[in-house]
Design a protein around this ligand. Structure first.
Ligand code: HEM
Length: 451
């Protein structure tokens, strides 16, 4: 039976702006309440005519991301990201996306990324050069720094320090710009000379220049045995027509990997430190594992399967604080899901934050219990009740990279230091911008760990 979509209930809104203000005031709360009250599908409006549906049923989510994915395009927020990442695999659609994804996939195979393990650990060690016991630091800033250094080195290889620093600064401006734009919903065109627009354009030009110089240099010199991602992008050839990527396409993919590949992991690391600091039992268990498996030496990729509790901590952190807190899709072609027909232009939201904290699938959903991932939890619950990396043809291409990086960083830092909240009385709020980050950073005190 096809139900008329206007009959789908949802939170009450205002005549013109609909539910936009309530959503913007506290997006996570708004979504959780909508799902709690209205079940599998909740309908609301952003502005007079933009219809949004929050989908909180795992089978429907699967249809949207997997079996009926061809009826959708990426949501509006990501379309804004094009200003930074151009038409790379995060933002491109249809045949172009399929082609680019096929070209890039080999760079993310398990065996290939395993070669990045050493660089991940070394970057963690060099970050700690600046640390000493007793320091009170913004650990979130540190995590951003180390994940950016890692993505830069694995992308461009060593020896690009100067370019990398410039890129880091410019990306920072770009990301702030996208965050503000995506969450403001007010579209001021880039040509309007506001100060943020001007700053953004300047940093975008600088980024372009830096990246195009690197591409040109690499094309001239050849890869000289390099195995970094850029070498792979330049060497990639399409199976069908044997063609490689244009410089512009390489630029877009490089930017995409920079943007998609560091803030998400940095947030995950920050939430890990926060959750460990507030759950000392879990922290003790982690130390016992690190001491037993590593005994004070640096971790390697081969250790990761033996670091079982480390992996459970990461899974549980991605459950409670999924760096990607929602995936949005816009209907491109009329489509039926769960008995409802959605029209072109409708927005469907699927929120990891909502699903991962649902009592339907998780006991004590608000509590940090890494052990819940010990058994067959992921076999018992529906597939899309836990989807930190999305699913279907657009599943995160960097998921193995991210999990490996998080495990190595956690094992390296936690062997040397314990992170305590600088102000334990002050709750750390989650701020849902493009990614879910600790609001205002994460001030922590470093304590040396005696082994
Ligand atoms: C904990 C860390 C990470 C999380 C939680 C995460 C999450 C996600 C999610 C949910 C998507 C799907 C978005 C959608 O369907 O609309 C995605 C896509 C993507 N991610 Fe990640 N990601 C992480 C780390 C990374 C890393 C390290 C890289 C690169 C090295 C990366 C590169 C990408 C790219 C390129 C896409 C677009 C894929 C496509 O559309 O084909 N991500 N990520």
């Amino acid at each position: 039976m096809i139900v008329n979509i206007t009959t789908i209930p949802g939170p009450k809104g205002l005549p013109i702006s609909g539910n936009l203000l309530a959503f913007r005031r506290d997006p996570l709360r708004f979504l959780r309440e909508a799902a709690k009250e209205h079940g599998d599908v909740a309908h609301f409006r952003f502005g007079p005519s933009r219809h949004v549906y929050l989908i909180s049923n795992p089978d429907m989510i699967k249809e949207i991301l997997v079996s009926k994915q061809a009826h959708f395009r990426k949501g509006k927020g990501l379309q804004v990201a094009r200003a930074v990442v151009g038409d790379g695999i995060l933002t491109s659609e249809g045949q172009k996306h399929i082609r680019q994804r096929r070209l890039m996939q080999p760079a993310f195979h398990r065996e290939r990324i395993a070669t990045y393990g050493e660089s991940m650990v070394q970057q963690a060690i060099s970050l700690m050069d600046d640390w000493k016991a007793g320091d009170v630091r913004d650990v979130h800033e540190d995590m951003m720094k180390v994940t950016l250094a890692i993505i830069t080195e694995t992308m461009f290889g060593k020896g690009l320090k100067e370019g990398a620093d410039q890129i880091a600064r410019a990306i920072d401006v770009g990301l702030k710009y996208v965050s503000t734009k995506a969450s403001s919903f007010i579209d001021i065109p880039l040509t309007v000379p506001t100060s943020s627009n001007r700053q953004f354009r300047e940093s975008a030009e600088l980024l372009d220049k830096t990246i195009y110089n690197i591409i040109e240099e690499r094309r001239r010199e050849g890869d000289q045995g390099r195995t970094d991602l850029l070498a792979m992008l330049l060497a990639a050839r399409d199976e069908d027509d044997g063609k490689g990527m244009t410089d512009e396409q390489v630029r877009d993919e490089v930017m995409t990997i920079f943007v998609a590949g560091h803030e998400t992991t940095a947030n995950t690391m920050s939430w890990i430190w926060y959750l460990l600091a507030t759950n000392p039992e879990a922290e003790k268990k982690l130390w016992a594992e690190l001491d037993a498996v590593l005994g004070g030496r640096l971790p390697t990729v081969e250790d990761i399967p033996n670091l079982k509790y480390v992996n459970q901590i990461i899974s549980e952190t991605l459950r409670l604080y999924p760096a990607a807190w929602t995936i949005n899709r816009e209907v491109a072609e009329e489509v039926e899901i769960g008995g409802h027909t959605y029209k072109p232009g409708d927005t469907l939201m699927m929120s990891q934050y909502v699903m991962h904290r649902s009592e339907k699938y998780y006991d004590r959903p608000e509590d940090f219990i890494p052990e819940r991932f010990e058994g067959d939890l992921l076999k018992r619950i529906p597939q899309y009740a836990y989807f930190p990396f999305g699913g279907g043809p657009r599943i995160c291409i960097g998921n193995n990279f991210a999990l490996m990086e998080a495990a190595l960083l956690l094992a390296t830092f936690a062997q040397k230091y314990r992170f305590q909240l600088a102000d334990p009385g002050k709750p750390v709020e989650a701020e849902p911008l493009v990614t879910l980050r600790p609001k205002g950073g994460l001030m922590m005190r470093l304590e040396a760990r005696s082994q």
